[in-house]
Design a protein around this ligand. Structure first.
Ligand SMILES: C[S@@+](CC[C@H](N)C(=O)[O-])C[C@H]1O[C@@H](n2cnc3c(N)ncnc32)[C@H](O)[C@@H]1O
Ligand SMILES: [Zn+2]
Length: 596
């Protein structure tokens, strides 16, 4: 949270090394992280205090990326064995200082351990910097930063970046620059200048800046991307604009629209990267308040680019009952050569569609969402490191006391993201499903236990409160929801209930036809026997996003707590802070200041 807004009164500030004097009444000092920003009282440059969470999280993510995949991550301690006549520092990196330990081995050779004390090496571009606050925080809070170019189109913003970089004593690291972000990035490309980290935090959509950014980032680099245009990415009113900007349509009027927003942004990034033989790996993808923020690793890899097709999907979602089915746009499978017996990967068009013309549950019409990214939203290793830094360093170490105001929220959000079920795009709201079939909303843990007893996994979603992600087919979801009523109302008479319902409603159609489409007991037994005889199918990288596997055994249903329900219930008891602590009045994406 904002630490202090101090009005400077009755004295002139003379900035170190700055010739000009600043009139005190013109500025507030805003303290955030380790930075102090001189902020003009009449707002001419963009600053939104609610975005402190975004900035705190970004600092933590850059540290995590650098620890795991940064240019020198795997290289901090080298052990080499040399013939005894060679000196240890002959091959050492001339930029860095090294300390060396020699140990003579029995065979006469010398084991040389080189401890490398790195000179700052990280190069960061903040392409849309406004006051410079973010760049200054990166300079003061992230180790090993060599250079941060803090760029903005507006002269007032660049003046503010310069003033603040100087005031914070980081002008040796933070380089203010006035340019259109794209002009800067394409010029960098021409000069072969690249950055390890590119942060894109625009007003609204990131789309205009993405192409240039992919041509300006180092291999294995980290790209941090914000989009605040959620009315387009997640709203109901602009499918055509969403398609034009992101190359796909969101899940209009569906509770999972915030996850589709993330998948659309990742689709835009993945498609753009592929043009340059690059692939993206989402490290952490969050839907937060009024914006989305994704952290991706970028790699030049023509082989990985081949996965783009099978990692892209469209989604059919019923406009009546909300059930959905995903359709990957391609297939990737491992085959074995007939003559050579060598395995090879085959890419093929997908087969489909996964649904009939009308919804099989309620006769409703399907809407089409996507194309969008179908793969995992987060990387386990990265998320673990983010949580570690947040807990062990930012929350506990004395040196960080009072620096990070949003550690609880980072813990809450990232812990939820970490437990999200993979390969199960989207979630459903038990509240909505219950209201469709006009039954009482069961507790989440009971639904999860029921699905778990049928062999399916479930998790919460960071993107929406009280919603469930699951790899269960919709047949199982409707079935569990109906049967769960019998716990609360053991004498419930479903036929009587149906007779009172309007026959044209989705709920009536779902409940009245359920016994027709539920798997039959004898089918389950036959399937079990067949599976036991069948050789396992060898699929490589092929994930069934479609939810077509609906042959569960209905007789196995139980609502007793199980591993799945205990896991979900454990998280709900953590009482984590998902939302911003003490948001100000009328918080949200801030408009451009008047003068811009
Ligand atoms: C949302 S603000 C950035 C906030 C900042 N990153 C932070 O954390 O406080 C967006 C900034 O982008 C700048 N901007 C808009 N279009 C631009 C362009 N084409 N090139 C460079 N800067 C641009 C605006 O002047 C504004 O200062
Ligand atoms: Zn339906």
């Amino acid at each position: 949270m904002l630490k202090a807004v101090t009005s400077i009164k009755n004295k002139l500030i003379s900035l170190k090394n700055l010739n000009s004097k600043i009139s005190p009444d013109d500025y507030n000092i805003i303290k955030e992280g380790r930075a102090e920003i001189l902020f003009p009282k009449e707002e001419t440059v963009f600053y939104n205090p609610i975005q402190q969470f975004n900035r705190d999280l970004s600092v933590t993510c850059i540290k995590a990326w650098n620890n795991l995949y940064g240019p020198k991550a795997k290289n901090n301690r080298k052990t080499v064995i040399k013939p005894s006549h060679k000196r240890a520092n002959e091959d050492s990196d001339s930029d860095d200082q090294t300390s060396i330990k020699h140990r003579k081995l029995e065979d006469g050779s010398v084991q040389v351990e080189t401890f490398v004390h790195r000179k700052p090496y990280l190069k960061i571009l903040e392409a849309l910097s406004a006051t410079g606050l973010r760049a200054i925080r990166y300079a003061k809070e992230i180790p090993n930063v060599k250079e941060i170019v803090a760029n903005d189109l507006l002269p007032e913003a660049v003046e503010s970046i310069r003033r603040n970089a100087q005031y914070n004593n980081v002008l040796d690291i933070v380089k203010p620059n006035q340019d259109d972000a794209n002009v800067l990035m394409y010029r960098n490309k021409a000069q072969n200048k690249k950055y390890h980290i590119i942060d894109l935090d625009p007003y609204g959509t990131v789309t205009p800046f993405v192409d240039a950014a992919f041509q300006n980032i180092e291999d294995d680099g980290l790209m941090l991307v914000t989009c605040t245009d959620l009315s387009v990415l997640a709203g109901n009113g602009y499918p055509e604009k969403c398609f034009a900007l992101y190359g796909g349509v969101n899940m209009i009027s569906h509770e999972a629209t915030h996850e589709s927003a993330l998948r659309l942004v990742l689709n835009l990034l993945g498609q753009t990267a592929a043009k340059y033989k690059k692939s993206i790996e989402p490290l952490l993808s969050l839907s937060i308040d009024f914006y989305v923020r994704v952290f991706i690793k970028v790699k030049t890899s023509p082989i990985k680019v081949k996965d783009l097709q099978s990692n892209t999907m469209i989604t059919y979602h019923c406009s009546n009952c909300g059930s959905f089915a995903n359709q990957p746009l391609g297939r990737k499978s491992e085959k074995v050569g007939k003559k050579s017996s060598k395995p090879y990967v085959k890419f093929a068009p997908a087969s489909g569609p996964p649904v009939n013309e009308k919804c099989q549950f309620c006769d409703g019409t399907f809407h089409l969402a996507g194309p969008m990214y179908a793969g995992s939203l987060h990387n386990d290793e990265f998320v673990k490191e983010v949580l570690r830094i947040n807990k062990e360093e930012h929350s506990k170490k004395k040196e960080f006391e009072g620096v990070y105001g949003t550690t609880k929220r980072i813990e809450g959000m990232v812990t939820l993201a970490a437990q999200e079920l993979k390969d199960a795009p989207f979630y459903f709201s038990p509240n909505n499903v219950s209201s469709i079939i006009k039954l009482q909303v069961p507790p989440l843990k009971r639904i999860v236990a029921g699905l778990g007893s049928l062999g399916y996994q479930s998790s919460l979603s960071h993107a929406k409160h009280s919603c469930l992600k699951t790899n269960a087919p919709w047949e199982a979801i409707w079935y569990v929801m109906r049967e769960s009523q019998k716990i609360d109302f053991p004498d419930i008479d479903m036929n009587k209930k149906l007779s009172k319902m309007n026959k044209n409603t989705a709920g009536y159609k779902i409940l009245s036809k359920m016994n027709e489409w539920l798997p039959k007991e004898e089918d389950s037994i036959a399937k079990e026997n067949k599976n036991a005889d069948e050789k396992p199918k060898k699929d490589y990288g092929e994930i069934d996003y479609s939810r077509k596997n609906n042959s569960f055994d209905i007789t196995k249903l139980s609502f007793e707590p199980n591993e799945q329900s205990n896991k979900v219930e454990g998280l709900r008891h953590l009482k984590m802070v998902r939302y911003q602590e003490n948001p100000t009045k009328n918080w949200g994406p801030k408009a451009r200041p008047n003068s811009s």
